[in-house]
Write a protein that binds this ligand. Structure first.
Ligand SMILES: [Zn+2]
Length: 110
């Protein structure tokens, strides 16, 4: 058995686990999971398969860099097309915005 690379205390066990991203289940994949800290490791081959499945599901490229713009006296933020499609955003859709910290805010779609 291999020792956990993260906590150095636990032992890694082979398990099939559900891989989820952005709240969407991508599938079950073989992983090594630490019995102490729960850290998960995928082989390079499995990582490639996860990337492939993620792309197939349209979950690739949802993270992007953007710059805050100015409209009159307020500021606005632009979303890329992939994110608009994933979130099903449209003009007039209601959202609630609040800070989680000084570096992060949450936009909840209503
Ligand atoms: Zn660990």
């Amino acid at each position: 058995m291999t020792e956990c690379y993260e906590c150095k205390n636990g032992k890694l066990e082979k398990k099939k686990i559900n891989y989820e991203i952005y709240g969407v289940n991508v599938g079950r994949f073989e992983a090594e999971v630490c019995d102490k800290c729960g850290e998960t490791y995928f082989s390079e081959e499995t990582s490639d398969r996860i990337s492939e499945e993620t792309k197939k599901l349209g979950l690739w490229g949802l993270e992007s860099r953007t710059k805050i713009g100015v409209v009159g006296t307020t500021l606005d933020l632009r979303f890329n097309k992939k994110l608009i499609e994933f979130l099903k955003l449209r003009k007039g859709k209601e959202a609630v915005i609040y800070p989680e910290s000084r570096e992060k805010f949450i936009v909840e779609l209503k």
